[in-house]
Design a protein around this ligand. Structure first.
Ligand SMILES: [Zn+2]
Length: 428
């Protein structure tokens, strides 16, 4: 083995001995100048950190940018432009809540692109009426990939926690896919596996309608339950999600569905965009009973509750919702679960109104400034910004690896009400 250092020392002028004359210049002129300069610097700048809360929030977010659990940019592309990505420019202000300059201003370092198509409540009692939902879901995955590719200076597709971290370190916005509703699976675990191959890393078990797997919370009021929580088929879905490494997302589901999924999952869970029911008694919001189940104690499941910004969910008086109100909600969830279980899931581009002071993705620092005012430390803010989500994601990846190592194979369970896969039994 060579004893050479990795970077051989280059002999330069710096290696020459300092002459006595130079020493004299150093001690009599340079050192006093440096000392005085240093004193002036320290008295102006203190410890070098910005003195105002907003400046400090921006400074902290540079190191630990926001990882948002739910942004409807793909839905924005579909609803306003029929998914034609040449019809709008993300480098310029959009009429939504998201564009690249505002992403940069708000220190958004990663987000889940919400893959969403409407669910139907006229899908038949057994959810067997044919729909175009799988086609439309594939179109939403396609438009997301197209945008990531078109703006590849900004976005980097990420399918693992490591890829998220690498993208952030490279100054890119890590782009993950989350599926908003089991109705998009067409009653098929094979479709789930295929979406996973396309990068989907979480799925809310329902959207606002019941589906073959589970009952929904509805939106503004509950819907009549079909299964009493998870269906028999839904009980096969959870282990398959655990095996694949698709995070079980309990936003949008009924309380019974959430409690049963918590009892069944082997992996950590998330609520990608939920408000607290304590503040607004709406079925779509997460109740204390479920918050109590999230944690790392006995009989709890590790998870992250990412707080939704939609004022209509947050409060029965939406016009009163502002930065301080959202901070109150975050602190309430912390009171119930601890600072290791909270995150941000704004729902930007998917909501018709926003809190005062949190109008778009450029405004996250104002929320962090509010929490600094309330005494949150840099470390606690980094957990809220994205640290908690990354821990959950790693936990899900770890369980997936373990289950596959233990020999778990792709589930062969088929929705019992389907008849199209019944063997035909022709003569060979
Ligand atoms: Zn939603």
């Amino acid at each position: 083995m060579s004893s050479q250092p990795l970077l051989p020392h280059q002999r330069t002028d710096l290696d020459r001995p300092i002459t006595t004359k130079r020493k004299l210049i150093l001690t009599t002129i340079l050192i006093p100048i440096l000392l005085i300069g240093g004193i002036i610097w320290v008295s102006i700048k203190g410890d070098g950190l910005p003195k105002d809360d907003l400046g400090l929030a921006r400074y902290y977010l540079k190191g630990s940018p926001v990882i948002d659990g739910h942004i409807d940019l793909p839905e924005f592309a579909r609803a306003f432009y029929g998914n034609n990505i040449s019809a709008f420019d993300l480098n310029k202000p959009t009429k939504g809540h998201v564009d690249i300059p505002r992403i940069r201003e708000g220190s958004l370092g990663a987000f889940f692109w919400s893959i969403f198509v409407e669910c139907r409540d006229d899908n038949g009692q057994d959810f067997l009426n044919p729909t175009f939902q799988v086609r439309d879901t594939l179109e939403q995955i396609d438009v997301s990939f197209n945008l990531i590719e078109k703006y590849s200076d900004t976005f980097a597709f990420a399918a693992t926690s490591d890829q998220v971290e690498v993208a952030i370190k490279e100054g890119k916005v890590a782009s993950m896919f989350g599926l908003e509703g089991g109705h998009m699976l067409g009653n098929s675990l094979a479709v789930l596996r295929t979406y996973h191959k396309l990068g989907v890393r979480y799925m809310t078990l329902t959207h606002s309608c019941n589906n073959a797997f589970a009952d929904s919370a509805g939106i503004f009021e509950g819907v009549e339950e079909r299964w009493g929580g998870l269906s028999k088929f839904g009980r096969s879905l959870i282990p398959e999600m655990n095996r694949l490494g698709v995070i079980v997302d309990l936003s949008h589901v009924s309380d019974k569905t959430a409690l049963q999924a918590l009892a069944l999952t082997r992996s950590p869970i998330m609520l990608s965009h939920s408000a607290a029911r304590h503040f607004n008694n709406m079925s779509r919001n997460v109740p204390d009973e479920i918050l109590a189940k999230i944690g790392r104690g006995k009989h709890q499941v590790d998870g992250v509750v990412m707080v939704n910004f939609f004022p209509v969910f947050a409060s029965s008086k939406p016009e009163e919702v502002d930065v301080a109100y959202i901070a109150d909600e975050i602190e309430y969830i912390v009171e119930k679960t601890g600072k290791h279980h909270v995150g941000i899931g704004s729902d930007y581009d998917g909501i018709e109104s926003t809190p005062k002071g949190l109008e778009d993705v450029s405004k996250y620092p104002y929320l962090f400034a509010e929490l600094i005012k309330r005494g949150w430390t840099e470390h606690e803010l980094s957990l809220l910004a994205g640290g908690n989500f990354l821990r959950v994601f790693r936990g899900v990846e770890e369980t997936s690896r373990k289950l596959q190592k233990d020999g778990w194979k792709p589930s062969q369970v088929i929705y019992e009400k389907r008849r199209d896969l019944d063997p035909i039994g022709w003569e060979l």
